[in-house]
Design a protein around this ligand. Structure first.
Ligand SMILES: C[S@@+](CC[C@H](N)C(=O)[O-])C[C@H]1O[C@@H](n2cnc3c(N)ncnc32)[C@H](O)[C@@H]1O
Length: 333
């Protein structure tokens, strides 16, 4: 991997330039290269050898701040085939899945390769990432994005084109995978092969966009009896404006990206000790519905007698309205 994270700028480096009016340009430093804008010309040679974070002027005297893009800058601006995992969720996935240097990790689908880049960084050169994607075109976008950011395709990364449910057993031995991350529409369709591939104690994390997907994959994981009780969460990040005395949350935020749900593979033959709590139901009874009524949140509950009185009042009011309407009709005749 030739990812260059620090040190003075060198030829081949990607550099993010913030110019007049905060306009952003991302360039790759080349021999004899120039950035032409209507403000003038900036020679790449003026950046080579400068420390990251330098300010350089172009031929018109306009200043540019030069920084190497961080991984989060790159994934947010790279070409997309499918929707990407946002950096805030990628960070959570790495934590909940406990991705470690040297781990063997499976991900599906690879989409645009955003999560692949975070996973590759977390597993390091000793780890192995196998990314499955059923669309060849998306796999090509992901490969190109990873190559652009890292400078080449790392030798410890394989992209397999195919449906995970069929391709995973054909690619990796049973119980040989430490971590699995599923970012796809129907992760429950892949849980059986994931259970087969995961090593005992291994972690599966699913990233899903809707509550219905969350529920379905949770119930599927439970139904296999092969995993620990699943945990789930979502992460909301609210930016803050911090300037002088104006210290307050940003007015706008991305309120929803997705949910994470994760569980660990039990050892072969292990049966989860009975969970000491009332089992969840799969259909709603009257008492469940009551959880959502005003009575449940402390509002005074209406007695049957009172309810009958209100019915009579409502009917009298309706009768009055009918009579008034009838009288109006007579008047207008
Ligand atoms: C939201 S995208 C993944 C984005 C990716 N994690 C990223 O950060 O760029 C979902 C991808 O999963 C792929 N996919 C869905 N079901 C799949 C399956 N069963 N096996 C392999 N790929 C699948 C889709 O083609 C799509 O590219």
């Amino acid at each position: 991997m030739t990812e260059r994270l620090s040190g003075p700028f060198r030829l081949g480096d990607r550099v993010q330039l913030t110019g007049p009016k905060a306009r952003l340009h991302t360039i790759t430093l080349r021999e004899g290269g120039e950035l032409h804008t209507h403000h003038g010309v900036l020679r790449h040679a003026d950046l080579v050898g400068q420390p990251d974070g330098s300010v350089v002027a172009n031929s018109g005297g306009h200043e540019y701040l030069a920084l190497r893009p961080l991984l989060r800058d790159f994934v947010m601006s790279m070409p997309r085939g499918a929707a990407i995992v946002y950096p805030k969720d990628a960070a959570q996935i790495l934590a909940e899945a406990d991705v470690f240097p040297g781990a063997t990790v499976v991900e599906a689908g690879v989409g645009s390769g955003a999560l692949s880049l975070w996973l590759l960084r977390a597993i390091g050169a000793e780890g192995r990432l196998v990314s499955f994607e059923r669309r060849e075109d998306f796999a090509s976008v992901a490969r190109a994005n990873v190559e652009t950011f890292l400078g080449d395709i790392p030798p410890n990364w394989d992209v397999v084109v195919g449906d995970l449910a069929e391709a995973l057993p054909a690619t990796l031995a049973a119980a040989s995978v430490d971590r699995v991350v599923l970012d796809m529409l129907a992760p429950w369709e892949c849980i059986d092969v994931v259970a087969e591939a995961l090593t005992p104690g291994g972690v599966v994390v699913c990233y899903v966009a809707t509550a219905t997907q969350l529920s379905r994959v949770a119930e599927y994981i439970r139904s296999t009896g092969l995993f620990t009780e699943p945990d789930a969460n979502e992460t909301m990040v609210r930016g803050w404006h911090v300037e002088g005395l104006a210290v307050r949350p940003d007015h706008r935020m991305i309120a929803h990206t997705g949910f994470l749900i994760w569980a660990r593979r039990l050892a072969p033959g292990a049966i989860l000790p009975e969970v000491k709590r009332r089992a969840s139901k799969s259909s709603y009874g009257d008492e469940d519905v009551e959880l959502w009524t005003p009575g449940a949140v402390g509002d005074r509950q209406i007695t049957d007698k009172n309810l009958r009185k209100r019915v009579r009042e409502a009917e009298r009011a309706a009768e009055g309205a009918r009579q008034a309407a009838g009288a109006g009709d007579e008047e207008s005749e």
